[in-house]
Design a protein around this ligand. Structure first.
Ligand SMILES: [Mg+2]
Length: 366
């Protein structure tokens, strides 16, 4: 397979419900969709969600990076899925960036799968579970608005929830009460701080949140404060599980987190690690070092990243939780009319059957 044309699209789809966390808020999704057209005139589509506050990338930097490697990409011959893997891991990620690498990798896998007329699951050797359950994510709102948003979220029986919090302890406790008004205490709740706390905030908030049954704390400090994270994890020891998100992008950042003992869990996201193969490598590193992993998502991911996430669950069977999968529950429309999203039990059932056809299920950028 050879690539003869590359098209890059910015896709911003209105959200049915605005999204907010301590370091970002939006009423639109924001994905970069790359289309590769092969010499056989087969179109492959890939997606990433570049975020300045995560990998330092946005649509413009991703477009520019892809243009710089376009000729090299067109000169490369892909004879099997290992050629795609080697190209992505050895050339692409270092020459572009995680979001650019992800969009191209997923587009190449889509095109190869369509040319070979086989499913991406089969091509990747993934065995998908019968049913995949997702966690609910509660955006950061005022306590009153949290109560309102919980009326919507409670229509889905999420087995686990994550709350976006900030430095306001009283507001955080009120948000938790709003959640507990509709979801019973048995439904595990974790919090995502999105870099908003100082050391003093952590010392004040963690003991009180522990009393609320919360033990998993995601990205409490700014992304470069890895030694502070390690100090906090040591201070509370087994009472808490710190989870790295914004601090965890490339394999190098994963190694730094492992070596410093900065956390007990990784929040993996395909888009911020440079695609499926690079995310798998970080997953294996975590497994070897006793760090658990969940698969997260950027808000507003379309069918392509949802499908890639499902394939990942068939390759990395030991995940503590999965996020995303909202499809048109969050987006006004998706890139395919055939839905790939959770049901009222927060599950995608029989994903193997849903992804049985070649490709991710997207044929055009709407
Ligand atoms: Mg996070």
């Amino acid at each position: 397979m050879k690539v003869s044309e590359v098209n890059i699209h910015r896709v911003q789809i209105p959200l049915r419900h605005s999204f907010s966390q301590s370091n970002n808020s939006s009423v639109l999704s924001d994905s970069t969709i790359v289309e590769v057209i092969t010499a056989n005139r087969c179109s492959g589509f890939g997606e990433s969600c570049p975020r300045l506050y995560v990998t330092g990338e946005d649509f413009t930097t991703v477009s520019n990076a892809i243009q710089t490697i376009e000729n090299h990409l067109k000169d490369t011959v892909f004879d099997n899925v290992y050629d795609i893997r080697n190209y992505v891991m050895e050339d692409l990620l270092t020459q572009t960036g995680p979001a650019a690498s992800t969009a191209i990798e997923l587009a190449l896998l889509d095109a190869w799968s369509k040319e070979q007329q086989t499913s991406i699951n089969r091509m990747m050797g993934a065995t998908l579970p019968d049913c995949v359950f997702y966690s609910g994510v509660v955006p950061m709102r005022s306590p009153e608005a949290t109560a309102q948003v919980m009326q919507l979220i409670s229509r889905i029986q999420f087995p686990e929830l994550k709350l976006k919090v900030d430095g306001d302890l009283n507001a955080n406790l009120a948000r938790i009460m709003a959640i507990r008004d509709v979801f019973p205490q048995q439904v595990p709740l974790r919090v995502d701080v999105n870099c908003a706390w100082s050391w003093e905030d952590a010392m004040t908030q963690i003991p009180l949140l522990l009393q609320q049954g919360i033990t998993v704390f995601e990205q409490v400090f700014p992304s470069d404060q890895v030694e502070e994270m390690a100090r906090l994890q040591r201070y509370f020891d087994d009472d808490i599980c710190l989870m790295a998100d914004e601090s965890l992008t490339t394999l190098g950042s994963a190694l730094r987190l492992v070596r410093s003992g900065a956390c007990k869990r990784f929040n993996l996201k395909i888009s911020k690690h440079g695609g499926l193969f690079n995310t798998l490598e970080i997953y294996h590193l975590a497994q070897e070092n006793g760090i658990s992993c969940q698969l997260g998502a950027h808000f507003g991911e379309t069918r392509i990243l949802t499908a890639a996430g499902l394939v990942f669950t068939g390759l990395a069977r030991n995940l503590t939780a999965l996020e995303g999968g909202l499809g048109t529950l969050l987006l006004e429309y998706d890139l395919s009319e055939i839905p790939l999203q959770i049901n009222s039990s927060a599950a995608i059932s029989k994903p193997e059957e849903l992804l049985n056809s070649p490709g991710w299920g997207v044929e055009a950028v709407l």
